[in-house]
Design a protein around this ligand. Structure first.
Ligand code: SF4
Length: 68
């Protein structure tokens, strides 16, 4: 699977980090909202459930999971 983020809409809620800390980090910005950083662009299958939860519960719906 591959992860795609629409950074323009990310507002740093950190739900992604809570759900899948192996895959997502949230970084403070000098101006504006904190933003997600994807640590693993192609996470292994064993993290699928966590990644799907992060995508589902992201309040801004900015995480897209693409299948390989
Ligand atoms: S939960 Fe969504 S909006 Fe919040 S930091 Fe993660 S990707 Fe960005």
């Amino acid at each position: 699977m591959k992860i795609k983020i629409d950074l323009a809409l990310c507002q740093g809620h950190s739900v992604c980090l809570d759900e899948a800390p192996e895959v997502f980090d949230v970084i403070d910005q000098d101006d504006g909202y904190p933003q997600v950083r994807v640590l693993l662009d192609n996470p292994p299958q064993e993290l699928r459930e966590k990644v799907m939860k992060a995508a589902k519960y992201c309040p801004n719906n900015v995480i897209t999971v693409l299948e390989d």
